[in-house]
Design a binder for this molecule. Structure first.
Ligand SMILES: C[S@@+](CC[C@H](N)C(=O)[O-])C[C@H]1O[C@@H](n2cnc3c(N)ncnc32)[C@H](O)[C@@H]1O
Length: 314
């Protein structure tokens, strides 16, 4: 990790202006600095801001409003690190919930952060693929959520190790990620479905760059990095109202809207630049996938992985 916009010295000035630059690709704004260093390939415009905010509120409903899962970490934390702050919704909420704590957020992009933030929140520009330069034994909680498309394929063990190194003894690590391939509860999504074709095309496009199955191995990664009290939970998030329970049916409706709204921005760069699809082919597949997701008999869902673990005291 190399830079910070919260500490603008002379040597960071040119980098600050470089990270702020944007480029229009297929009618969406992206950040060349991030694309060129093969970090995040998500858009950085108002549409993406709305999508991330919507997802934050959606997942907060799933989590019953809880921001921090390990009980002990939610008790008087002194320092909290947020990896990939995005719109900084989680970081702002946690800074407001714990006004005596110092919250530091890191992201490659400054574009989606709010104009005003709580005084105890400090947002920095950095690439999580670089080795952390924070001091060791520093944070009570390190939180990382929905960054799987931005962490390089072979970075995961080092990323977890970095998070663990900067945790205080008895500090907690909390990871939340979706497994991005849409699955079916009754196996009726097949390769003839556009939704599967998009998923497979995405996996193929990023295969040499990203490990989209990393969330399925968080518990092992945490244990391998020396964490204790490791727990992993998997929640199936429906992608339309197919679940009989009325609350989950409504969640399925909400998640489908948020998911389809985000597909174009999230897939355009990988499918057209890392694979050989044209923008029109992507748009055609997306239109088919949108229709398919109306079909409740497909019982589509995505698996959400939540993992926590504690750094041992000795
Ligand atoms: C989908 S958003 C999630 C934001 C937030 N964590 C949340 O859950 O709402 C992913 C964020 O991670 C950031 N990101 C992705 N790869 C990154 C990297 N290598 N280093 C720093 N930030 C990264 C992106 O810029 C984006 O803001």
């Amino acid at each position: 990790m190399a830079s910070s916009t919260s500490d603008p010295g002379a040597d960071t000035k040119s980098l600050d202006s470089e990270v702020e630059q944007t480029e229009l690709i297929q009618n969406r704004l992206y950040q060349p600095w991030s694309l060129n260093r093969d970090a995040s390939f998500l858009p950085v415009d108002d549409i993406e801001r709305e999508r991330q905010e919507g997802l934050h509120h959606f997942f907060q409903r799933i989590f019953d409003g809880r921001l921090i899962f390990p009980g002990p970490a939610a008790k008087d934390p002194e320092r909290i690190l947020e990896c990939g702050f995005g719109t900084a919704n989680w970081a702002c909420d946690v800074a407001e919930a714990y006004p005596d704590a110092t919250v530091i957020g890191v992201d490659v992009s400054p574009h989606l952060k709010p104009d005003t933030t709580p005084e105890n929140l400090h947002l920095q520009i950095d690439d999580l693929n670089d080795v952390f330069t924070f001091p060791g034994n520093h944070f009570d909680l390190v939180h990382s959520q929905h960054v799987v498309t931005g962490i390089k394929k072979h970075r995961w063990p080092g990323y977890v190790r970095d998070c663990v190194r900067v945790l205080k003894p008895d500090g907690w690590l909390q990871f939340v990620e979706l497994h991005l391939l849409v699955q079916s509860n009754n196996g009726t999504i097949t390769p003839r479905h556009a939704i599967d074709q998009l998923g497979q095309a995405f996996i193929g496009a990023v295969d040499d760059k990203r490990d989209l199955r990393a969330p399925t191995r968080f518990a092992k990664m945490f244990t391998d990095a020396g964490l204790q009290n490791v727990e992993q939970q998997v929640i199936h998030i429906p992608l339309n109202p197919w679940m009989p329970d009325p609350q989950w049916s409504e969640r399925g409706r909400e998640f489908r809207e948020a998911f389809v709204d985000g597909l174009e921005g999230s897939l355009m760069i990988p499918l057209t630049q890392f694979a050989t699809l044209s923008a029109n082919e992507v748009l055609a597949l997306l239109a088919h996938a949108r229709k398919e997701l109306q079909d409740e008999s497909l019982k589509p869902y995505m698996a959400l992985y939540i993992a926590i673990g504690r750094k041992p005291n000795s």
